[in-house]
Design a protein around this ligand. Structure first.
Ligand code: G
Ligand code: G
Ligand code: G
Ligand code: NA
Ligand code: MN
Length: 250
């Protein structure tokens, strides 16, 4: 398969890169940190987004090596920005299949040390529906290593509110599909309000993802969501652009 072969080469040939998308505190405008998003810069096919190859890498096992590369690279970026006087939390995405890597926690621990504790993890809903005891243990270990634990894509259908109470989560990421306009908008808004009230009860933070308009931001503020990520603020950018983006905001 084209993808299997070339994906293996992609690591060797250093064609993978991380782009970073900021998360903002809507009350202060401060950047709360960034999410590291994987990109594959293919010499002929251009910049390839992860939804086109992550699933394949999960199936063929290459996700373990790719995932390690992501964590190491994010850690070294965090250390570099910190040394430049720009300490920034970086959240890396971890998929379900990566839990099968027995060395993952040791790897995370070493990288967290190199990153001076600036790394966080984002786990998708779908990765937490499997073995919940194991997932909870993994999350707890991450927390002890100083990672904030994000539950990604919340509301896409796999998880339940009960799961929020059971798992050691720090932050819920409201899936961007909640913000779509259309006939279901009212129901989405009602759902978001109830997630916010549950989050408050459980003392969990919420970040809304996929915020594209000022009207969406206004709604989020209204219902008490005060962290957001989306194209309204910034697209995912190469590391080299981040210091300038930060400076332009001051
Ligand atoms: O960045 P956006 O381009 O399209 O990302 C698409 C999907 O790929 C998102 O669900 C995101 O969480 C996932 N993703 C991005 N980077 C990584 C990564 O480094 N590892 C894993 N496992 N998933 C990632
Ligand atoms: O973000 P801050 O440290 O000010 O949070 C204060 C309280 O509000 C905490 O109990 C926290 O769990 C909760 N909280 C944090 N982020 C959000 C959010 O985005 N929305 C809501 N409604 N509550 C939040
Ligand atoms: O949840 P996940 O890790 O998939 O989130 C990252 C994905 O969301 C990436 O594909 C990223 O490019 C995309 N994304 C980020 N901001 C926005 C936005 O404002 N609108 C839309 N439609 N997608 C966004
Ligand atoms: Na994510
Ligand atoms: Mn998400």
């Amino acid at each position: 398969l084209w993808l299997d072969h070339h994906l293996r080469k992609a690591l060797e040939l250093q064609q993978l890169e991380l782009h970073y998308q900021p998360k903002l505190d809507l009350r202060t405008g401060h950047c709360l940190g960034v999410e590291a998003l994987l990109r594959w810069r293919h010499p002929k096919r251009g910049l390839i987004r992860p939804d086109l190859f992550i699933a394949r890498a999960e199936d063929n096992g290459q996700i373990a090596a790719i995932g390690r590369w992501v964590i190491v690279s994010a850690a070294s970026q965090a250390a570099q920005w910190r040394a430049q006087g720009l300490p920034t939390r970086i959240a890396v995405n971890i998929s379900a299949r990566q839990f099968q890597d027995a060395d993952l926690l040791r790897w995370l621990s070493e990288c967290q040390r190199a990153a001076h504790g600036l790394l966080d993890v984002e786990l998708t809903e779908s990765s937490v529906i499997g073995d919940q005891q194991r997932t909870a243990a993994f999350m707890q270990e991450c927390r002890q290593l100083g990672f904030k634990v994000y539950l990604d894509d919340f509301g896409t259908g796999f998880s339940s509110l009960a799961m929020l109470a059971r798992l050691p989560i720090d932050v819920i990421k409201l899936d961007r599909s909640f913000l779509k306009s259309g006939p279901e908008q009212e129901r989405s808004e009602a759902l978001m309000k109830s997630v916010v009230s549950v989050a408050k009860e459980l003392r969990l933070s919420i970040v809304a993802e996929g915020v594209e308009t000022i009207a969406q931001e206004a709604f989020l503020r209204d219902i008490g969501v005060h962290s957001a990520q989306g194209w309204l603020y910034a697209v995912a950018m190469p590391a080299a652009e981040y210091p300038g983006w930060m400076q332009a905001r001051q």
